[in-house]
Design a protein around this ligand. Structure first.
Ligand SMILES: Cc1cc2nc3c(=O)[nH]c(=O)nc-3n(C[C@H](O)[C@H](O)[C@H](O)COP(=O)(O)OP(=O)(O)OC[C@H]3O[C@@H](n4cnc5c(N)ncnc54)[C@H](O)[C@@H]3O)c2cc1C
Length: 227
């Protein structure tokens, strides 16, 4: 899995601080941009996070390039509605020679399961190529491609949505692949907006686990998400 933070709002935490201060300030945005120092920014960002004035965090955007993940993962990812997506198409891209797929670790570690998995994927790929050779359009041939198919996606989320995404997808209840993605994304944004994402992650890092009988046995530690 390859995850890169390719674009983000310049001075993200200053942006959040300016948005927060503007609400209570008689002066304009230009002046606020000039007068807010690092300490003010830190104080204001901590205040908005703690007080729940999270609309201010909607002004900062983060764009990720995600490659080497399965369609099973992206199907879950795109359920997050406050975001923008563009994904490699299975209609316009034909996977005749280079059909990549993701093997879950549980299958990878079991020799027999892995052999059967690889063999099925190989059969699927052969039939896919045959369908294309027979004149079937890629948009129809793709109906036989598995959830394991490798894909690439660009996603942009604002800071508020990211905090929600990290809460539900860094949790051990989330599926392993999207959990791995969420963890990588969190580490990336922590580098550029450390205060906003200081306490980001599953609910159990900030309070009691709300998962009831689904509560996990080995909850993650804050250090698991350290940069
Ligand atoms: C562990 C786990 C298991 C899951 N299992 C299943 C499953 O079995 N089946 C299944 O279908 N899905 C499942 N999901 C997906 C889940 O139901 C959500 O679709 C997904 O997590 C997107 O999150 P969201 O809806 O909270 O928020 P997002 O779409 O990320 O939106 C963020 C927030 O904005 C607000 N919001 C967004 N849109 C609306 C709206 N229309 N109306 C009101 N408020 C809105 C809500 O407060 C929401 O929490 C699972 C998710 C997880 C984490």
């Amino acid at each position: 899995m390859k995850v890169n933070l390719i674009k983000y709002t310049r001075e993200p935490e200053k942006m959040v601080a300016v948005a927060a201060r503007l609400c209570y300030s008689p002066v304009g945005v230009d002046e606020l941009m000039d007068e807010l120092g690092d300490e003010d920014v830190e104080k204001l960002v901590r205040f908005v996070i703690k007080s729940g004035h999270h609309s201010t965090i909607e002004h900062i955007y983060f764009t990720f390039a995600i490659e080497g993940v399965s369609r099973a993962l992206t199907h879950q990812l795109v359920r997050h509605r406050i975001a923008s997506y563009n994904q490699q198409s299975q209609r316009y891209v034909k996977f005749k020679d280079n059909f990549e797929y993701i093997t879950p670790p549980s299958i990878e570690k079991d020799k027999d399961s892995k052999k059967k998995f690889d063999s099925l994927i190989s059969n699927i790929h052969n039939l896919y190529k045959e369908l294309l050779d027979n004149g079937v359009e890629a948009e129809d041939a793709r109906y036989i491609l598995p959830n394991a198919s490798e894909t690439k996606i660009i996603v942009t989320m604002n800071g508020r949505e990211l905090l929600h995404f990290f809460t539900v997808r860094c949790c051990n209840r989330a599926q392993w692949e999207i959990r791995e993605l969420a963890k990588k994304m969190l580490k990336l944004v922590r580098k550029v907006a450390p205060i906003v994402f200081e306490e980001a992650g599953p609910n159990c890092l900030r309070g009691p686990c709300p998962e009831g009988k689904f509560k996990c046995k080995n909850p993650p530690k804050a250090s698991d998400f350290d940069v």
